[in-house]
Design a protein. Structure first.
Length: 496
């Protein structure tokens, strides 16, 4: 049996952790982009900024048409045709980028009118240019991960995030004009394109060319997944578009802050899910299907270890966090933020990744259509009943239904019953530890209520200390008894 030290070393040096460290390197800088901009721009201009990047984010995922993500499926298992699949993705993403950019340029006035903000029209062509360049480079980290170059992917994530933050924040501070933020965004994306094309040329050399047979196979996988992403992007952002269309830019700014996306969540969940998919694809190709459920359990436990306490901490610190980061002018965002923080729990179970390993992209499409229909059918009622909070509640309700449907399909693919589908004991213990650490942190924060910045720091440190100490104590106790450690090894799978 491996020693506790060896288990800890395996955890700390795993590819998921390497990738997470790369993303975390730029986390502070990227997280503070809106924190800086909210102090540079008035509420209306900040709302315009959020609307512009809402449009970008929506189209960025839709326009990929599943091509970039298909590389996670094809590159790990196709020794002789990897260059073909990468070439198809690069050419398709370039074409979709050109089309998307042109549509934004031509439709700028109509989009501005639709989102109740004519000021958008002048800036949307620059968002189109940014979108085009970002799509061309969308496959960079995916190919690095699929080829097992985790350290390089981590470095790419970290340097990219830091450069993006610098080229967003510095122009804003120097000029205090929104258009200069967009110029910086385009410059950042151009650098990524140069690096991406250089890496592809060096990695695949003469093999970077299209092939008709491989293209047909890739499109059969990518297009249903791309359609699923299209629906997911629409329903995932629908609440923001509805609020934007019904209210002015300043009110939308309040709502957008309340629905604050914590970049750290993507930094952790994305690499963990990507590595899980690569490992599962390799296991299936080698006929080692018995390792799939343990891989799923291991990823779930690792994500719970981080996201359960993060959610609890945000519920404790939410009010002071929003007011301190975004000024008291955004105090109205606090209730929205507290409820929206519950969405952090959903990425703990990486259902999408498992279903993509089994090429169940059509099922993903069906689930996302169901989720979209639910949100479309309920959001008006929720808004009329609960105000801005209603848009959050409608979105979370759709997430719950979709996750339940996908878990059912995952259980079929992994041949696991309800008792073995998830590592229930480990999840329950992690949730209990996260809850226990919340109470002392809340007491510390209240004691420093007059100094919110100091209160945030002290409460956060108190929470982390108690949570980690309790976790270490639990691991020692279970390790001494010969049981499976909560984090370092998933529970043994039993026949479902």
């Amino acid at each position: 049996m491996m020693s506790l030290l060896a288990r800890a070393r395996a955890l700390l040096l795993g590819p998921e952790i390497v990738l997470t460290l790369g993303r975390t390197a730029g986390f502070a800088a990227t997280f503070f982009i809106p924190v800086v901009l909210v102090r540079v721009f008035d509420q209306g201009t900040f709302g315009t900024y959020k609307q512009l990047f809402l449009v970008f984010t929506t189209l960025y995922f839709i326009a990929q048409a599943g091509l970039a993500e298909s590389l996670f499926y094809f590159v790990p298992k196709t020794e002789g045709r990897r260059g073909m699949y990468v070439a198809h993705a690069a050419l398709g993403l370039t074409t979709m980028g050109l089309v998307s950019g042109a549509l934004l340029w031509a439709g700028a006035p109509a989009i501005g009118a639709w989102l109740n903000n004519p000021a958008l029209a002048a800036s949307l062509p620059w968002i189109g240019a940014f979108l085009f360049l970002m799509l061309v480079s969308a496959g960079l980290e995916i190919v690095l991960i699929a080829r097992g170059r985790f350290a390089w992917a981590a470095m790419s994530y970290g340097v990219s995030d830091l450069l993006r933050a610098a080229l967003f924040i510095v122009p804003a501070l120097l000029t205090r004009r929104l258009e200069w933020v967009l110029y910086g965004a385009v410059a950042f994306a151009a650098v990524r394109v140069v690096v991406t094309l250089g890496y592809f040329a060096a990695e695949f050399r003469g093999a970077l060319r299209p092939g008709p047979g491989a293209l047909k196979e890739q499109l059969a996988y990518a297009l249903p997944f791309g359609a699923a992403v299209l629906i997911e992007a629409i329903q995932g952002n629908l609440h923001q578009y509805v609020v934007s269309a019904r209210f002015d830019a300043a009110t939308f700014a309040l709502y957008a802050v309340g629905c604050l996306q914590i970049p750290f969540v993507d930094f952790v969940a994305g690499p963990a899910g990507n590595v899980m998919m690569v490992r599962m694809s390799e296991a299936r190709a080698a006929g080692e299907t018995g390792s799939l459920l343990p891989l799923w359990h291991r990823t779930t436990l690792r994500l719970a270890l981080i996201f359960f306490p993060l959610t609890a901490l945000l519920l404790v610190l939410g009010r002071d966090l929003i007011v301190t980061l975004f000024t008291p002018a955004y105090a109205g965002s606090v209730p929205l933020f507290l409820v929206w923080s519950l969405a952090i729990l959903f990425p703990v179970v990486q259902t999408d990744g498992v279903l993509r390993v089994f090429a169940r992209t059509r099922f993903l499409l069906m689930v996302n259509v169901i989720r979209l229909v639910l949100i479309l059918g309920s959001i008006s009622w929720f808004l009329s009943k609960f105000g801005l909070m209603g848009a959050v509640l409608a979105t979370l309700s759709g997430m719950i239904v979709a996750k339940g449907l996908m878990l059912f399909e995952v259980s079929r693919r992994l041949e696991a019953g309800v008792r073995t589908l998830l590592p229930w004991r480990g999840l329950a213990e992690t949730a209990a530890l996260a809850a226990v650490a919340a109470a002392p942190a809340w007491v510390v924060m209240k004691a420093l209520d007059e100094r919110p910045l100091a209160g945030l720091a002290a409460a956060g440190l108190t929470y982390a200390t108690i949570y980690l100490a309790a976790l270490a104590g639990l691991q020692r106790r279970r390790g001494a008894g010969g049981g499976a450690l909560i984090v370092l090894r998933p529970q043994r799978a039993e026949a479902g």
